[in-house]
Design a protein around this ligand. Structure first.
Ligand code: CTP
Length: 397
């Protein structure tokens, strides 16, 4: 099942590290090539020699091992794999990954890579439940890191609850399904995301508070189901997910041009918070105070509506999904928006400041289509994205 698959197995330190030995055997039985990387703490629990013997591979341990750098630099090592599996993943390595720390070989590889990453956490139940670990998990999942486990049960430390490393067969299954063709394999999907910046002059612009988190999560979820994702993004706070084609733009007009150049596609999800207006006759010189006390007056022109343009255009994607960010009468406005723009589905959400949705990690949405409205509970943005991706997969099946 895993023939020709190259797995870089990062073993971080914890009592569950000994189970990585069994994991190596089972992955190799499936035909995978396993290249192990041990953290210093992991070496307290398993010996490099036993890991190396079972993997039939050199064990990578030290960032400053010059022989390794000569043979294969850490960047190349991280990119030459099809999947990086961190098992067991301790609370510490998850925190470092979430923060982008890179103070040893394992964390440097994880920061330098654009290869898909899967983690199998193992830690004490309180460490798992701690808000810091849970926040790190949300950050990692938002970035497309896949999760397997942890299981609940009796722990080596004598406590009971979630935090046990997933069973080895479950980890192997997760790796196999990662490589299996997803339901969106062969489908090309355009996702717009983030805000747009509309220039006033070369140094000033008009923007909005969109972080791009929901759009990035949708792109990652579609990618996870096997889609070829064309990610057209304005200047967002959240980085684009790995494994998607990124098209960076600044303005609404540039976003429209990019989207149109990518048509036809099987579907389009317009999650961008596009500025409705641009400054008419934006100055190509910095506007200066002229000392007279006269204030500049900005005149606006309407921006093209990307969602409406592609919904009503000749090369209309098979399925067009729009968002409706509202602060009042959410359902009425969203339903009217769907009709006006001509898209198939509208994902409606209330972005009033008190909801904390804009810039936050949670989202509460209602999907409106020709059958009616379907409300989802308050969910992490990554989970909203996964549900939406599955719904899109069903619609395109
Ligand atoms: N949208 C777009 N191009 C625009 C404006 C909006 O593609 N110029 C898309 C958004 O990506 C979103 C949907 O249209 O999918 C609705 O965006 P929203 O900001 O809620 O609505 P507006 O069209 O801007 O309408 P209003 O500001 O009146 O609520």
């Amino acid at each position: 099942m895993l023939a020709d698959k190259r797995i870089l197995l990062v073993i971080s330190g914890g009592i569950a590290a000994f189970r990585a030995l069994e994991l190596i055997r089972r992955l190799r039985e499936q035909g995978a090539t396993v290249t192990p990387v041990l953290t210093k703490a992991a070496e307290e629990f398993v010996t490099p020699l036993s890991v190396s013997a079972l993997a039939a591979s050199k064990v990578y341990r030290d960032l400053f091992d010059l022989t390794d750098e000569a043979e294969m630099g850490h960047i190349e090592l991280s990119r030459s794999a099809d999947l990086i599996l961190v098992a067991p993943a301790t609370a510490n390595i998850m925190a470092k990954m979430a923060q982008g720390l890179c103070d040893d070989l394992a964390t440097t590889l994880l920061l330098a890579t654009d290869t898909p990453v899967m983690i199998a956490p193992a830690m004490n139940v309180r460490m798992w439940d701690h808000p810091a670990t849970q926040a790190n998990l949300v950050t990692l999942q938002d970035r497309g890191v896949q999760l397997v486990g942890p299981d609940a049960g009796a722990m080596a430390c004598g406590e009971y609850g979630p935090g046990r490393l997933a069973e080895v067969p479950a980890i192997v299954d997760a790796v196999i399904s990662h490589f299996a063709a997803g339901p969106l394999a062969g489908k090309r999907i355009i996702v717009t995301s983030g805000p747009t910046h509309e220039p006033i002059d070369p140094v000033r612009y008009i923007a909005n508070r969109s972080s791009g988190a929901q759009g990035a999560a949708i792109a990652a979820a579609l990618r996870d189901l096997g889609a070829d994702v064309e990610f057209v993004t304005g200047p967002a706070d959240v980085p684009p997910p790995a494994g998607v084609a990124v098209h960076s733009v600044q303005t609404a007009q540039q976003m429209l041009d990019a989207v149109q150049s990518l048509l036809p596609s099987d579907a389009a999800v317009c999650a961008a918070a596009v500025a409705d207006w641009r400054v008419k006759g934006a100055s190509d010189q910095k506007i200066k105070k002229d000392g007279s006390g006269t204030l500049p007056v900005l005149e606006f022109a309407e921006n093209p509506d990307i969602l409406a343009t592609i919904s009503q255009g000749k090369l209309r994607p098979g399925l067009v999904v729009g968002f409706a960010a509202e602060t009042q009468d959410v359902m009425a406005h969203a339903t009217a928006k769907r009709d006006r723009k001509g898209c198939d589905w509208i994902v409606a959400n209330d972005v009033s400041p008190e909801t904390g949705i804009m810039g936050g990690t949670q989202n509460t949405v209602t999907i409106i289509d020709d059958q009616g409205a379907e409300s989802w509970p308050d969910l992490p943005k990554a989970e909203v994205a996964r549900r939406l991706a599955r719904r899109i997969a069903d619609a395109l099946a």
